[in-house]
Ligand binder design. Structure first.
Ligand code: HSE
Length: 346
């Protein structure tokens, strides 16, 4: 049976998912028994459509590419227009809400309220938004459990690189004593370019042009983006209710070309390291630039690539390297949550 989806937002991530559903339609069906049917899209700026029988995804993609909106989608006898996000979440026949709205990471809204409305109306939620997971993990996961629905957020850390499912599923049975990584692509890209002789300003502009940076790049360069991600990992992977106020934070803006050259002379590289370490029953977490020796695996991670090392008591250190952003990669993170929900797996 098709898995019915309501997309709240139809920006880069929503369109990335829609493209995958079109391009991999047959393979998803035959290999994984998964058929994604978009029944609703509600986007504050692009318009809102609901058809309980399903919307044609190729038509949606072609009109959004041409007009930037979805209003010109052709009428059908069962099509309804103009529902807001909450009506779409509560009244559509979707099984799962794909929450990909623009969300303020400082408040987690409107995504937190979207999750609550979905869970209370018996719908699963998948998302790549960091805000709700970093700010309300305990409350929302409890609410999802109470309503017997699932909440997937694989893409909230390192997009489609399985930083959440890998430790939860494949490393089950280990105690993870430390999580340490490069969780922000923009800053790693800037540091790499500065080593090559580019100025900080030019490297940041290039990161913005390539689409790595957040809408407000202060979130990247001052370490807030990485901070939210380490809070998510501490809560979800290490099982500790760490809050953003508990994490010490320093970005990369104070690093000078002289600092970069000095590290090079010492056979080291500056990296913005996100760390959460168990100390007794507490977790101590920080975001800070560190001079990493070239012999360390994290020193070799250049450009916008991300990496994370899980220090496991049984398996030893396990490092995952991969993309931390991107339309297809983040669209994929949503897909992998959907496939696992439809299979009844983690
Ligand atoms: N701005 C983020 C980064 C994108 O540079 O890694 C993904 O959260």
């Amino acid at each position: 049976m098709a898995h019915k989806l309501a997309l709240i937002g139809f920006g880069v991530v929503g369109q990335g998912l829609a493209e995958i559903l079109v391009n991999k339609k047959e393979e998803l069906k035959t290999r994984y028994g998964f058929e994604g049917k978009i029944v609703a899209i509600s986007d504050l700026h692009k318009g809102s459509l609901y058809d309980p029988n399903g919307l044609d995804i190729e038509t949606l993609l072609s009109i959004v590419r041409e007009t930037g909106k979805i209003d010109s989608y052709p009428d059908t006898p069962t099509l309804v227009r103009g529902w807001d996000s909450f009506k779409t979440i509560c009244q559509s026949n979707a099984d799962t809400v794909v929450e990909v709205s623009y969300t303020d990471v400082k408040t987690g809204q409107p995504a937190i309220d979207h999750c609550k409305a979905a869970f209370e109306s018996g719908k699963h939620v998948v998302m790549s938004n960091k805000g709700p997971v970093a700010l309300a993990y305990q409350e929302l996961s409890e609410l999802a459990r109470k309503h017997n629905v699932r909440w997937g957020f694989e893409g909230s850390v390192m997009s489609g690189t399985p930083t959440i499912r890998l430790p939860l599923a494949c490393l089950a049975g280990n105690e993870i004593r430390e999580v340490k990584g490069i969780l922000n692509g923009t800053t790693n890209f800037i540091l790499t370019k500065m080593e090559e002789g580019m100025t900080y300003e030019d490297a940041l502009s290039e990161a913005q042009r390539l689409g790595y940076a957040e809408a407000d790049p202060t979130a990247d360069v001052e370490g807030f983006d990485a901070l939210y991600k380490i809070v998510i990992l501490a809560n979800v992977i290490m099982g500790v209710p760490l809050k953003r106020e508990d994490v010490s934070r320093q970005g990369i803006t104070a690093l000078t070309p002289e600092d970069i050259a000095q590290a090079k002379a010492e056979n080291k590289r500056w990296k913005l390291i996100a760390r959460a370490k168990k100390e007794g029953d507490k977790v101590v977490a920080s975001i800070a630039p560190e001079k990493v020796p070239l012999t360390d695996a994290l020193a070799g991670i250049t450009g916008a690539t991300n990496a994370i090392t899980y220090d496991c008591d049984l398996a030893g250190p396990i490092t995952v390297v991969g993309a931390g952003a991107g339309k297809t990669e983040t669209g994929y993170s949503i897909l992998i949550d959907l496939i696992n929900i439809s299979r009844g797996q983690i």
